[in-house]
Write a protein that binds this ligand. Structure first.
Ligand code: ZN
Length: 207
């Protein structure tokens, strides 16, 4: 199969900032800088796999307290107990707030889990030096990075909940310890997706 030429294959590095092509040094451990703009040059994100693994494992561990510790107390008509994300979803359903329950479930439970599983699959495929459908896996990576942004929907959910409090539909909402873990999961998966270098998918394509 005839492959299009790549910068790395030609012994060149493209600057991520100004796109200048520079000749790659022999020793990859010596830092190299762009002759034109001075940015650090690397043909692949340095230690991409290690960084992604570390952040992914951290996110997976934090996902446990994020879902088992109470994230909020919805005090309704004077009564209310601290509840986890899933219990919060159940409460919202009981109050008849179906759309809100669905948004919280998708953004807080489904999307982070999906994103972690997607990154896990991509990391394993690179470790196995898989040559299986690199274009599809790259698309898969882009989708993973894109859906991660929707975890931020939670901020809107909190805003909606806060406005419901103001309108008197709910009495009070207090944040719980789980919300810190939850925020950490969102941040860790975001950085994990960012540190993964999709060019690694192509390094073993067509071998
Ligand atoms: Zn440059």
């Amino acid at each position: 199969m005839n492959r299009p030429p790549t910068a790395a294959g030609a012994g060149l590095i493209a600057c991520e900032v100004c796109d200048t092509l520079a000749r790659a040094r022999r020793d990859p451990h010596v830092s190299q800088y762009c002759p034109r703009c001075g940015a650090r040059l690397f043909s692949r994100i340095p230690h991409s796999l290690q960084k992604t693994w570390a952040l992914l494992i951290a996110a997976m561990l934090l996902y446990v307290p994020a879902n088992t510790l109470p994230v909020m107390s919805i005090v309704y008509l004077g009564k209310g107990e601290p509840s986890t994300i899933l219990e919060g979803v159940m409460q919202l359903i009981q109050e008849g707030m179906w759309p809100l329950a669905l948004i919280v479930f998708v953004a807080s439970i489904f999307v982070p889990l999906l994103k972690m599983l997607a990154l896990l699959a991509l990391l394993i495929s690179v470790h196995l030096r898989s040559s299986w459908r690199p274009a599809d896996r790259t698309r898969f990576y882009r989708v993973t990075e894109f859906i991660g942004r929707w975890s931020m929907v939670d901020i809107f959910v909190i805003a909606i909940l806060a406005s419901l409090v103001q309108f008197g539909a709910l009495a009070d909402i207090e944040p719980g310890a789980g919300s810190v873990s939850f925020a950490a999961v969102v941040v860790a998966t975001m950085f994990a997706a960012h540190s993964f270098d999709p060019r690694l998918i192509w390094d073993h394509a067509g071998e």
